[in-house]
Design a protein. Sequence first.
Length: 442
Amino acid sequence: MQPSHKKPRNVSSTPDATTTEKRGEAGSGEAEQGEAGSVTEHHYFAGLDLTGKRVVVVGAGTVAQRRVPRLINSGARVEVIAPEATPAVEAMADAGELTWHRRTYAAGDLTGAWYVVACATGSEVNAAVAAEAEENRIFCVRADDASRGTAVTPAVAQHGGLLLGVLAGGEHRRSAAVRDALVEALRTGVVDECSEPPAAGVALVGGGPGDPDLITVRGRQLLGRADVVITDRLAPRELLEELGPHVEVVDASKIPYGRAANQDVINSLLIEHAKAGKFVVRLKGGDPYLFGRGFEELLACVEAGVAVTAVPGITSAFAAPSAADVPVTHRGVAHEVVVVSGHVGPHDEQSLVDWPALGRLRGTIVLMMGVKRIAEFAAVLTEHGRDPKSPVAVVQEGTTRNQKTLRTTLGEVAEAIREADVKPPAVIVIGPVADLAPESRR
């Protein structure tokens, strides 16, 4: 939190703070006309160390629900005073993260507090809280009318150990937009917050299901710091365009049923570049640990004494069906979901899958890398009890602009895939959930 002290001023009316925050991050002190006739409000930024200190939040509605988590994370001893609370605030109390006094505010409740947030449902209550805080020289944020508090809450974000705060003199949409732009610039590496180059090592980064916007914040941050990026065919290729000219990109594409870089070679490249003092990002599609051989790469790095970390990614096993309006679970329809690799056939001695057991399941089967051998998989599932009329959805290149969805049945899926000329990568969903999408969205 980064409050600012200012002189109070009179305001003619005060709205209710039940659901909204009027000028949420704005406060007002001495004001003057700025450029283009805008009003400039003077604030002083300061980082408060609230560790172990009493912070009182009066009110437990949606405003408190937004403010309290950051106070808890700061180490403050948070006490909430309100007769009722949202389920989220109540859950924090039940978990012991804060103390909830289930009653209305009373004079004297702020004794011993270092910081106060007034966000009750009634403006009269907030006014009384602010008055007591002022009398006791306690900084107070007033959610319903920031101009009558003695502190303001900026638009805040965290990034890689940085705490960013933006105030825009009462224009909370502007402050939020600037905050978001700063965070995006840091995430993509447009703004380099590092005073020193990254330490040598390897990061195994899940790039997500295909859409470049679906990589995680952490993954994008590390990608922006890379010296070397070893990527493959399924990683979002648009992300490579954002890399600086100094970044070396190594193609380790594993094209299904085509030529593939040997995994040992990939492991050697990771270790070689890291030992040369480079920070290497191994950019993969989906999640590194879901049929991505990510753990093999981690083990190789550990054995070679190379520092390595893994960044999870959104797996296409669930994201691709979601993009096609296919939920892999649904209340009253499917209580189980099994993700299966189809890189070897059901009768191959290398297969570790219990296909007879899958045939007896009533829930959802998500088949990855199964396009080439779909006839074999459909046959073994029906042989062991799966209804050939079971709905099937095939999502090719899910979440990308080339996404295509095919809906059919288990008994007809092989022929349907052949006729539609479906190519990898494609996710095959088998089960009742594949037929739930409304007609208007098919």
